[in-house]
Design a protein around this ligand. Structure first.
Ligand SMILES: [Zn+2]
Length: 188
């Protein structure tokens, strides 16, 4: 089926605009393509860089509509000492994750990382104490090391990364409930 010329031009303009805004990298592909690149950057992640890579791999394996790769800085990974891990989502697939070093000594660092990235991918907290739920976070206790999203959580991410729903995911900061043993004043 032929694509009208005007549509092609508009699609190109849209892709250029998204790239200029620092949005998820857009490959020259049909507008119907579902997979979205989420470019993460571990240059500031210190000892948690490898966990970010593992978490990205988990999200890639559990979803169909996203592809996390070290292709840019749409998602910056940081770490800090005290103050709590958190995710700051500026828009779907964009923002930053900050891992609290002390929390990561109590709780599974991979679970924290995958959880915080889950916020960037559009998921809210769900503190129900269920270790099988990734977004239950610290409510599942220090013994919970599950780093995998439930099928429901993964499906939600896939749904959000569908084209129509992207703009409906608001900017939000998630200060997370991974209680730290020692709360140290930290630059938040
Ligand atoms: Zn959270």
């Amino acid at each position: 089926m032929r694509t009208p010329k005007l549509s092609r031009i508009l699609a190109t303009l849209a892709a250029v605009t998204l790239t200029a805004l620092g949005a998820v990298a857009v490959n020259p592909a049909p507008a119907s393509a579902a997979v979205r690149n989420v470019c993460y950057n571990t240059s500031q992640a210190g000892p948690f860089a490898s966990y970010a890579v593992q978490a990205a791999s988990i999200w890639n394996n559990y979803t169909n509509n996203i592809n996390m790769a070290q292709c840019g800085s749409n998602l910056m990974i940081y770490y800090t000492y005290g103050g709590g891990s958190y995710a700051q989502r500026t828009s779907l697939g964009n923002g930053r994750v900050v891992i609290d070093y002390y929390q990561a000594q109590q709780y599974s660092p991979l679970r924290i990382m995958t959880h915080e990235i889950g916020h960037i991918l559009g998921l809210p907290d769900n503190y129900n104490g269920n270790c099988a739920i990734l977004m239950s976070g610290g409510s599942a206790g220090t013994s919970c090391t599950n780093p995998y999203p439930s099928s429901t959580e993964a499906a939600r991410v896939d749904s959000l990364f569908g084209f129509a729903a992207r703009s409906a995911t608001p900017a939000q900061i998630f200060s997370d409930s991974w209680p730290a043993a020692t709360v140290v004043a930290a630059g938040r």
